[in-house]
Design a protein around this ligand. Structure first.
Ligand SMILES: Cc1ncc(COP(=O)(O)O)c(C=O)c1O
Length: 131
């Protein structure tokens, strides 16, 4: 087992067979039973009305930010956050959303005091964090 990252994990033979044999369809029309099942399972498991399958974590993070922020907004995140450090600045490049990185605690968590201190006042000259 290699726990450096989910991205180095290789599928087992059973996983490959499940993928190859999965019923498929056009997801745009809602005709992919496997995607429909996965989305229904994820929504139920996390207590949401609906869920959406994305093809990568980077895509999911970007969609999440863009769903919550408007152009010119700012989001608070950890200096070590994947979406800040490793995702090619997608939020800024594609969403016009500026990150405001906060130093992470040694265990990776974020200090609420530091987060609160980084929230800018509601002033049209400043960015207004909304996510
Ligand atoms: C926490 C976290 N977010 C996002 C990603 C990006 O996922 P993807 O490589 O599927 O874009 C990774 C990838 O390892 C991750 O560990």
């Amino acid at each position: 087992m290699d726990f450096r990252s989910d991205t180095v994990t290789k599928p087992t033979q059973a996983m490959r067979e499940a993928m190859a044999n999965a019923p498929v369809g056009d997801d745009v029309y809602g005709d992919d039973p496997t995607v429909n099942k996965l989305e229904a399972w994820a929504a139920e498991r996390h207590g949401f009305e609906a869920a959406m399958f994305t093809t990568s974590g980077t895509q999911a993070n970007l969609l999440g930010l863009m769903a919550h922020c408007q152009r010119g907004d700012e989001y608070l995140c950890g200096q070590q956050a994947h979406n800040y450090k490793y995702e090619a600045g997608g939020a800024a490049v594609l969403g016009s959303i500026q990150p405001q990185p906060i130093e992470n605690n040694p265990d990776g968590t974020l200090d609420f005091g530091k987060l609160k201190a980084a929230i800018k006042p509601d002033d049209s000259h400043l960015l207004a964090p909304s996510c």
